[in-house]
Write a protein that binds this ligand. Structure first.
Ligand SMILES: Nc1nc2c(ncn2[C@@H]2O[C@H](COP(=O)(O)OP(=O)(O)OP(=O)(O)O)[C@@H](O)[C@H]2O)c(=O)[nH]1
Ligand SMILES: [Mg+2]
Length: 446
């Protein structure tokens, strides 16, 4: 995919201006290029050296040069970091001088790819680097950092060791083909496999939570006209985004806003009030969109006005959302109650006084399946989840084959398939296509 015997260069800090900007070189010529730019004989490993970088004798900038000899560097190759003043003009000039001295411009993700290629990190960790750089909430950053620390890889190693323990006696009994299942009973194998499947299930159960942390969830706010949906939306969004009036049927279009709730990015959607007999064609279209938003959302908030008696128009939103994650709120709880919220299983909230709003935020995370206090490594990556599902299928096949006393080689074939999927997650057996899609999504300089 990428060639890796040359020396690459890129600006490692974000585009724009800053106090400092870093240009990174990696490859066999990194040290030589840096010394030629600095007019120095050599740089001491891992020492910050203040020097002046020049191109064709003309000074570009003063910079701090740090040399990390292979293999103790980010990429596992010789790496030099040049910290100069953070001006795009200066940094471009340093990159240009490096290229003139023999470096090549790095492709997106190429530094991390080299780290992977030289065994400094596995594929899960490489993906974690990208997720960490891309994180927009503190929780996303923490989950990514857990993966960078190798939490998922460690779990997969444990599972793999369990599989090897099951495989070894099966392989051994293959050497005695006449009788079958020599060193282990078929039922015992099936039992061990069931335990391994249960372990994998725990890991997969976390995958949904991981996806939510990474990608966030959509929350649709629905209810009859004038129930207080837009007011609640604005309160949760922390800004007066949607129009609020005393006129029923104020909201027509869907209004969306991204908010961070407990580290999870939420896309809130305010919708038109749903009623059976819309006033006009515009309201009718608004209601159709409200229904679509409700059906597509991960969680629905159904708003019932507690200050008014319930009507037939309240029943629709309650009933249509009952089979999916949803929260029923009793709005305007600062006003005298027309019905009993507790009896109706609704959480009292007031967008005016803020009562019940914090509790609602926590309930949203719970309804989405993210408990904010849980502190486990999560599979945040669709690629990982898909591969582990496939591994699970193979294990289930192997377990039922063993339980039926099917000859060992068939059980073994499925077990080897499952291990191959584990290897694919960590990148022991990568496909070029997979590598390309993973590293393409990096930015240059990472
Ligand atoms: N006292 C009080 N009034 C509220 C509260 N929430 C909303 N209201 C009032 O109820 C009326 C309707 O509020 P909206 O937020 O526009 O209701 P909606 O459900 O978006 O209405 P539509 O967009 O027409 O479907 C407005 O007059 C709000 O001021 C609340 O918590 N307390
Ligand atoms: Mg509204």
């Amino acid at each position: 995919m990428f060639s890796s015997d040359d020396t690459i260069v890129a600006i490692a800090t974000p585009p724009g201006r800053g106090g400092i900007g870093v240009v990174r070189l990696s490859g066999p010529a990194a040290h030589g290029i840096a010394t030629s730019l600095a007019g120095a004989a050599t740089f001491q490993p891992r020492h910050a050296t203040l020097t002046i970088l020049r191109r064709a004798g003309r000074a570009i900038d003063q910079a701090v040069v740090t040399y990390f000899p292979a293999p103790h560097s980010y990429t596992g190759e010789d790496v030099v970091e040049l910290s100069a003043h953070g001006s795009p003009v200066v940094l471009d000039a340093i990159v240009g001088a490096s290229v003139a001295a023999g470096a090549r411009l790095a492709n997106p993700g190429e530094f991390t790819f080299r780290a992977y290629l030289h065994g400094r990190i596995d594929l899960v960790q490489a993906e974690a680097v990208r997720d960490l750089v891309d994180a927009v909430t503190p929780l996303q950053a923490r989950v990514a950092f857990d993966q960078l620390e190798g939490t998922l890889t460690a779990k997969l190693c444990e599972l793999d060791a369990t599989l090897l323990d099951i495989i070894a006696p099966l392989e051994a009994s293959l050497d005695f083909p006449e009788e079958g299942y020599h060193f282990v009973s078929a039922a015992g194998t099936a039992r061990s496999l069931d335990a391994a499947i249960a372990d994998l299930d725990t890991l997969l159960a976390d995958a949904r939570r991981g996806r939510i942390i990474r990608e966030g969830i959509t929350v649709a706010i629905v209810g009859r006209p004038n129930a207080g949906k837009s007011s609640l939306f604005n309160r949760l969004a922390g800004a007066a985004r949607a129009i609020v009036t005393a006129v029923p049927g104020t909201t027509r279009d869907l209004v969306t806003e991204r908010v961070d709730v407990g580290g999870v990015p939420l896309t809130l959607i305010d919708t038109a009030g749903i009623r059976e007999t819309p006033g006009d064609a515009i309201e009718e279209e608004g209601i159709a969109r409200a229904r679509q938003a409700r059906d597509a959302a991960d969680v629905t908030i159904v708003v019932l006005d507690r200050s008014q008696p319930l009507t037939a128009d309240d029943r629709g939103p309650v009933e249509s959302s009952s089979s999916r994650p949803r929260i029923v709120v009793a709005s305007k709880c600062d006003l005298p109650a027309a019905w009993d919220a507790e009896e109706a299983g609704a959480r009292p909230v007031s967008s005016l006084t803020d009562e019940g709003i914090d509790g609602l935020r926590a309930a949203l995370l719970e309804a989405a399946g993210v408990e904010p206090s849980r502190d486990r490594a999560a599979i945040a990556n669709v690629r990982h989840a898909a591969l582990l599902e496939q591994a699970r299928d193979s294990l289930v096949r192997a377990a039922s084959a063993a339980a039926e006393g099917v000859p060992e080689e068939f059980v073994l074939a499925d077990l080897h398939d499952a291990r191959a999927k584990f290897d694919e997650v960590t990148g022991v057996r990568p496909h070029d296509e997979v590598l390309r899609t993973i590293f393409e999504r990096f930015c240059i300089g990472k």
